[in-house]
Design a protein. Structure first.
Ligand code: SF4
Length: 112
């Protein structure tokens, strides 16, 4: 799973690293089928595998800063992202589990 990088992200992070935007893109990113800039490598090249910390935390992509995106859109409009993130994100797992329990117990119901 890779974050997507906006042009602002690329400008901010490449400046932080003292690289040109072009060099940054060429070294670490590629455009996926939908036209988003994403990492060439997994796990992310900025993850320090010894400490499990992000090496560019202060300037990380907005996609990372907003993760797990629970407030980005209505849940019904973002099901694909929840489905993707549930395997990686304990907060998403907990949210979805609580929703399932709420429906099973009759606390909530879908609006028609
Ligand atoms: S938070 Fe940092 S290490 Fe994690 S995906 Fe984003 S840029 Fe990579």
């Amino acid at each position: 799973m890779s974050p997507t990088y906006t042009q602002k992200d690329i400008a901010r992070i490449s400046a932080y690293l003292g690289m040109s935007q072009r060099a940054f893109r060429e070294k670490w990113l590629y455009k996926d089928r939908s036209g988003d800039w994403i990492n060439k490598e997994a796990p992310c090249q900025f993850l320090d595998l010894k400490t499990n910390h992000c090496q560019i935390y202060d300037v990380r992509p907005g996609d990372c800063a907003g993760f797990p995106h629970h407030g980005t859109k209505k849940i019904v409009e973002y099901g694909n992202v929840y489905k993707q993130n549930i395997a990686y994100c304990p907060a998403t797992y907990r949210l979805v589990t609580q929703m399932q329990e709420g429906f099973a117990e009759g606390k909530w119901e879908l609006k028609k």
